[in-house]
Design a protein around this ligand. Structure first.
Ligand code: NDP
Length: 450
C-alpha cells in the first residue's frame, strides 16, 4: 500500500495489533500517506522508531462509570482517556459523550489531536477521551450525576500540567461546569484543569465560537491565497447544528455567504433564504430540541425538512463545511457535491470525509481543508484559555479573536510552505500532516527514547 518500506512495515504492525480499530487505522493511514517524502529525507526518524512510537499512545485508561438515574436505577457506562503524545506539551483534547464512543474512536481523535495541536504552534500534546454515555433524553440531574461519577475516576489521571481536557460532541458548557466542580471538590484545588469553562470561573472569551469561527477564518485564508476568492455570495452547505456548526454558520454569513442547511442525526433543514442562526441556537442550545422544529418555527418561505443525513450533500453549493461527525461524506456524496458545483470542502468535524471521498476531491481539484488544520481553532483558543488561567488574567473578545485569526492564517501558510518543500505544492492536507508531524518528531528525537 505504501511505497516507503519503513512506513509499510509500521502500518502493517499497527493494523495487525489494532485490527478491530477501523477509525484509528483510517486516521493513521491518511497521515502516513503524507509522510513518505519526510521519512525518506530523514532516516533518523526510522532509527529512532518515531513512527512506531507516534502510533502507540503513551497511556490509555479505560474505566467504569457507575451512577444512579432519576428512577433510582444504577447505570454503568465506560469512560476513556487516551494520553497519546506529550512531546510538545501537556496532553490536550476534548471529551466526547456519545453511544458510538469506543477505544477506536478516542484513539483516532487523540492521534489527530497530536498533529492538530502542533499546527496551532502552542505547547500542547495530544489526548482525547469520553464515554459511551448518551445525554439525549437525560435530565440535568442525571447529566450532573454522570459527570461527577466520570470525574471521580478521571481526576486521578489529569492536571493543569499533565492533561487538560475540553469539550467535544455532547460536552458543552453545562458538562464542563459539572466536571470542573467535581474536580475542584475531589482535589481541593482550583486550577485550569479543563478548558471551555464558563466566563465566571476561568473561561476565555471566543472559546464557544472558536472552532466554527476558526473554520471560516481558515477557509477564507485558503480561498484568498489559493483561489483569489472569498465567501462573498457563495452558497454554503453546513452539516450538524451543534457548537461547531452554529458558529461556522454565523461567521460564514457575516463574511457574505448564504448558508442554506443545518442538520442533526435525524435529518436536515434546507432553507433557500438562508439559515436563521438565532433560531437554530434557540432550538438546539436553549431548548435542546431537534432540528426538524426549525421548519415549524421559522417565518422563512420554502423551508424543507428531510429525514436522514446523507441527503444534505445533494443540496447544490459552492462550499461544503461538514460539522457533524466522522465519515459523514462518503465517495458517492463527494461525487454528488462535485457534480453540483461544489469546489471547496473544509472540515469542521473530525475526519468527516472517508478516504474515497478525499480522492474524489483531489481528482476534481476541490480546495480541501482537512480537519486537523481547519478545525484547530477550538483547541487553539483552549490553549489561550490555559495561558490566561496561568497569568490569572482575561483577554477581551477582540484580543482573543485576533489571536485566533492569526493562528488560522498561520496554519494555512505553514501547511502550504511544508507542502511546497516536499513537492506537493498547494496540497493543504499533505502540508498539514507534514508541518504538524515535523515539530513533534523533532521534539521526540531531542527528548530521547521514551
Ligand atoms: P455538538 O455535540 O455540539 O454537535 C454535534 C452535532 O453533530 C449535532 O448536530 C449532532 O446531532 C450531530 N451529530 C452527532 N453525531 C452524529 C451522527 N452520528 N450522525 C449525524 N449527525 C451527528 O458537537 P460539536 O459541534 O462540538 O462537534 C461536532 C464535530 O466537530 C465533531 O466531529 C467534533 O469532534 C468536532 N470538533 C469540535 C470541536 C469543539 O470545539 N467543539 C473542536 C474540533 C472539532 P444530534 O443532536 O442529533 O446528536
Amino acid at each position: 500500500m505504501f511505497k516507503n518500506a519503513y512506513i509499510q512495515r509500521v502500518y502493517e504492525k499497527v493494523s495487525k495489533r489494532d485490527s478491530d480499530q477501523q477509525e484509528f487505522l483510517q486516521a493513521v493511514q491518511e497521515v502516513f500517506e503524507s509522510l513518505e517524502p519526510v521519512v525518506e529525507r530523514h532516516p533518523e526518524y526510522e532509527n529512532a522508531a518515531i513512527l512506531e512510537r507516534l502510533v502507540e499512545p503513551e497511556r490509555l485508561v479505560k474505566f467504569r462509570v457507575a451512577w444512579v438515574d432519576d428512577s433510582g436505577k444504577v447505570q454503568v457506562n465506560r469512560g476513556y482517556r487516551v494520553q497519546f503524545n506529550s512531546a510538545i506539551g501537556p496532553y490536550k483534547g476534548g471529551l466526547r459523550f456519545h453511544p458510538t464512543v469506543s477505544e477506536s474512536v478516542v484513539k483516532f481523535l487523540g492521534f489527530e489531536q497530536i498533529l492538530k495541536n502542533s499546527l496551532t504552534t502552542l505547547p500542547m500534546g495530544g489526548g482525547k477521551g469520553g464515554s459511551d454515555f448518551d445525554p439525549k433524553g437525560k435530565s440535568d440531574a442525571e447529566v450532573m450525576r454522570f459527570c461527577q461519577a466520570f470525574m471521580t475516576e478521571l481526576q486521578r489521571h489529569i492536571g493543569q500540567f499533565t492533561d487538560v481536557p475540553a469539550g467535544d460532541i455532547n460536552v458543552g458548557s453545562r458538562e464542563i461546569g459539572y466536571l470542573f466542580g467535581q474536580y475542584k471538590r475531589v482535589r481541593d484545588e482550583y486550577s485550569g484543569v479543563l478548558t471551555g469553562k464558563n466566563l465566571e470561573f476561568g473561561g476565555s472569551l471566543v472559546r464557544t465560537e472558536a472552532t466554527g469561527y476558526g473554520l471560516c477564518y481558515y477557509t477564507q485564508e485558503a480561498l484568498k491565497v489559493l483561489r483569489n476568492d472569498s465567501f462573498k455570495d457563495k452558497t454554503v452547505v453546513i452539516s450538524g447544528s451543534g457548537n461547531v456548526a452554529i458558529f461556522a454558520a454565523q461567521k460564514a454569513i457575516s463574511l457574505g455567504a448564504n448558508v442554506v442547511t443545518v442538520s442533526d442525526s435525524n435529518g436536515y433543514i434546507y432553507d433557500p433564504q438562508g439559515i436563521d442562526v438565532e433560531l437554530v441556537k434557540r432550538i438546539k442550545l436553549e431548548q435542546r430540541g431537534r432540528i426538524k422544529e426549525y421548519a415549524d418555527l421559522t417565518d422563512h418561505a420554502g423551508v424543507e425538512y428531510h429525514e436522514g443525513c446523507e441527503g444534505i450533500w445533494t443540496v447544490p453549493c459552492n462550499i461544503a463545511l461538514p460539522c457533524a461527525t466522522q465519515n459523514e461524506i462518503n465517495e458517492q456524496s463527494a461525487r454528488t457535491l462535485v457534480e453540483n458545483g461544489c469546489t471547496v470542502v473544509c472540515e469542521g468535524a473530525n475526519m468527516p470525509s472517508t478516504p474515497e471521498a478525499i480522492s474524489v476531491y483531489k481528482n476534481a481539484n476541490v480546495l480541501y481543508g482537512p480537519a486537523k488544520a481547519a478545525n484547530a481553532g477550538g483547541v487553539a483558543v483552549s490553549g489561550l484559555e490555559m495561558s490566561q488561567n496561568s497569568y490569572r488574567l482575561s483577554w477581551s473578545f477582540g484580543e482573543a479573536d485576533k489571536k485566533l485569526q492569526d493562528i488560522m492564517q498561520n496554519i494555512v501558510s505553514n501547511s502550504l510552505a511544508a507542502a511546497k518543500e516536499y513537492g506537493a505544492e498547494g496540497d493543504l492536507m499533505t502540508g498539514a500532516n507534514i508541518a504538524g508531524f515535523e515539530k513533534v518528531a523533532q521534539a521526540m528525537l531531542a527528548q530521547g527514547v521514551l
